[in-house]
Design a binder for this molecule. Structure first.
Ligand code: S3P
Length: 170
C-alpha cells in the first residue's frame, strides 16, 4: 500500500505539474492546497494577500493542511511556504511521505515570471534577489523532506517517474 505523497518546495519547482502526473500514475486523487483554499474562500491567493494580508492566508493554509492531511490515497501539492509552520510539517509527515522539489534560481525565475500570481515575489523590485533570499531563508525547512528531486532539467513526466520509484522502494 503506497502512502500519500506530499510535495513541498519553492514556487516554480513543479509541484503542481508533476503532482498531477504522479496522482494519475498512482490512481490517486490530486489536491492542490492553494486551489482548494481559493475554492473554499472564493478568491484567488493574490486577492487574499491584497485584501487580508499574508497572516490571514497562513491561517487558512494551516486549516487546509489539517483538512487534506486526513485523506487517503492522495497526492498533496503544498504552497511554497506551507512548511514555514512546524505544525504543518508535523501534520504532513503523519499523512505521507514528504517529497521536496528543488530547482535552480534561473529555472525558478523563468517558471514564475508572470506578474500577479505570486504576491511574495511581486513584492521584490529585484525578483531574482527575492528568490535567492527566500530560498536561503527556507532551505532548512525544505531539507526536512524524506526525498528530494532537482527538477531543473527534468520534465514533469520524468519527475513523476522518479518520485513514484522512490515511493515504491519504501
Ligand atoms: C507561497 C507560494 C505559493 C502560494 C502563496 C505563498 C510561498 O504557492 O501558496 O503565494 O510562500 O512560497 P506555490 O508554491 O504553489 O507557488
Amino acid at each position: 500500500m503506497i502512502k500519500n505523497v506530499v510535495l513541498i518546495g519553492f514556487m516554480g519547482t513543479g509541484k503542481t505539474s508533476s503532482g498531477k502526473m504522479i496522482a494519475n500514475q498512482l490512481g490517486f486523487k490530486f489536491i492542490d492546497m492553494d486551489r482548494a483554499i481559493e475554492k473554499k474562500w472564493g478568491m484567488t491567493i493574490p486577492q487574499m494577500f491584497e485584501q487580508h494580508g499574508e497572516a490571514f492566508f497562513r491561517e487558512k493554509e494551516k486549516e487546509m493542511c489539517r483538512e487534506v492531511a486526513g485523506k487517503k490515497s492522495v497526492v498533496i501539492s503544498t504552497g511554497g511556504g506551507t512548511v514555514k509552520d512546524p505544525d504543518n510539517v508535523a501534520i504532513l509527515k503523519q499523512s505521507g511521505k514528504i517529497v521536496c522539489l528543488m530547482a535552480s534560481v534561473e529555472a525558478i525565475l523563468e517558471r514564475t515570471a508572470t506578474i500577479g500570481q505570486r504576491p511574495l515575489l511581486d513584492a521584490y523590485e529585484d525578483r531574482r534577489q527575492g528568490i535567492v533570499e527566500l530560498l536561503e531563508q527556507r532551505k532548512a525547512m525544505y531539507a526536512q523532506a524524506d526525498y528530494t528531486v532537482d527538477t531543473t532539467d527534468m520534465s514533469p513526466l520524468q519527475v513523476s517517474r522518479d518520485v513514484i520509484s522512490f515511493m515504491k522502494r519504501r
